[in-house]
Design a protein around this ligand. Structure first.
Ligand code: ADP
Ligand code: ADP
Ligand code: ZN
Length: 214
């Protein structure tokens, strides 16, 4: 099963992608997580990506596409995967389709987690990310057992630099201009499925499972 998660920053793509990956035993591939790991390790890619991420802009397509095509060719991805945060532009979607076409494969579902802009700023200002494992929480909607400490690994939780309200506004603009056109792209390919992302996390997941198992 090859699944793409679509939706605004903070819509809940990562939260749901993790649950899907667990339930169906497929890898969760998050380009944001890959970039953040590279930044932490101080790689060349990390240095290049950070400049864009800090401004709430997209990392250029040429730094993203090969990386994802490589990742999905690895052994653990042979039965499928859930892509979170990729594709984010039409050229990225076309690059993915071209790479899959070469091996006679295609994306099965593009799931749009739909959340209006008004809800997003709240979601982002309450999001807390683990610096060690990348786990994501929310101070109100998904709190950790001990404040500031990751339930999964005991790591320290932070508010991501790019989750500051000013940067979030820019990321939302970038989303509408560059990523939202993918909804029409996948509608045309008859694989777009929309879920109401304003519901609680468990209900959003139930709806997604309903879509995947028809
Ligand atoms: P969110 O899910 O909150 O939008 P991500 O972790 O997916 O955040 O992405 C964080 C940042 O990483 C983005 O704002 C962008 O700068 C960069 N990024 C992640 N994925 C991509 C991608 N596919 N193309 C370009 N930039 C990306
Ligand atoms: P994305 O990957 O789309 O940027 P996340 O999965 O990181 O989004 O979710 C953004 C924030 O909102 C996180 O703090 C997360 O815990 C919280 N969140 C996710 N889904 C929901 C939901 N259905 N209701 C309330 N808060 C949610
Ligand atoms: Zn952790």
């Amino acid at each position: 099963m090859k699944i793409i998660m679509l939706g605004a920053p903070g819509a809940g793509k990562g939260t749901q992608a993790k649950k899907i990956a667990e339930k169906y035993a497929i890898p969760h591939i998050s380009t944001g997580d890959i970039f953040r790991a590279n930044i932490k390790e101080g790689t060349e890619l990390g240095k290049k990506a950070k400049a864009y991420m800090d401004k709430g802009e997209l990392v250029p397509d040429e730094l993203v596409c090969d990386l994802v095509v490589d990742r999905i060719s690895q052994a653990d991805a042979k039965n499928g995967y859930v892509l979170d945060g990729f594709p984010r532009t039409i050229p990225q979607a076309e690059a993915l389709d071209a790479a899959l076409e070469k091996i006679n494969e295609k994306v099965d579902f593009a799931i749009d987690v739909d959340v209006p802009d008004d809800n997003i700023i709240n979601r982002m200002s309450g999001r807390r990310a683990c610096v060690s494992c990348g786990g994501t929480y929310h101070v109100e909607f998904n709190p950790t057992k001990v404040e500031g400490v990751c339930d999964a690994c005991g790591g320290k939780l932070i508010l991501r630099d790019d989750d500051q309200p000013e940067t979030v506004k820019n990321r939302l603009e970038v989303y509408h201009a560059q990523t939202q056109p993918l909804i029409a792209y996948y509608t045309e390919k008859n694989i777009l499925k929309t879920v109401d992302g304003t519901q609680d996390m468990a209900k959003v997941f139930t709806d997604i499972v309903g879509i995947l198992e028809v």
